[in-house]
Unconditional design. Sequence first.
Length: 299
Amino acid sequence: MSASRTPVVASLVLLLVTLCWGTTFPAMKAVSQQMPPGLMVGTRWALAALALAPFIDWRNRRLWRDAALLAAALFASFVLQVLGLTLMSAGRNAFITGLNVIMVPLLLPLLGRRIGPAVWVAVVLAGAGIVVMSYEQGSSLLGDALTFACALAFAFYVLGMERFAPRHPALALAGAQAVVMALLTLLWIGVEWWLQGAAYPTQAAGALQVWPELLYLGVICSGLILILQTWAQARASAVQAAVVYALEPFFAAVFSAWWLAEAFGLRAMLGGALVIGAMIVSQWPQRPHQGAEHPHAPN
């Protein structure tokens, strides 16, 4: 594949990733009502780890180091997201999580990097779209704060993926991340069990009622999607990825309206249109002398 086409294909793959992520918000909301959230996340990543285990280079220390750093940021975003999700609608949770599209370029100067003006325009459009959409969802101060912290953690994850993904095969890095995520969630499950005591096994039994959703979240939305994300982010910049990810709240609102009957009206559609506009602007060519960030395309 030519270097000129690779960023476009990477954006399309990231779009597919984001579409699938949009379905996870109502799915997790529904599943968390039947079983403890930590067990839900742990089961999801355990299934992904089992599916990807054959592709992991188990003796590669550098792979495990990079996967551990990525998984730490991803785990933090999951914990904060799920906690926030218990205090608000799935749609609003997705909108605030989508603020990572603004945080990624704001964090780039800390790494000594600059981005072009077209990307800043895209960031403003995407941010405006998220704000417009959020007006149609219910509010919770603690839930908002937890989800905002989730967005920040995910912004660090996106930056980390840009740095580490080119170093490893997509399947190997995705599998190693899934294994570390599954191990980290054991701590979460332990805390849940300790807090809830004897009632925990009874609540955990609710997993039997939602096993199709758990399989979907684990094998498709965690395993397969992590492979696609790792491949695409090895060929796209962090900012390019973040702008595409900004469509996540739009997709989440659509699926939440269909799955959970949450509100999705004119403002949500207008916000989604702004985010789509941001995606288009983010793909405009930029000249090297502007100091803009360009995606790299490894062979």
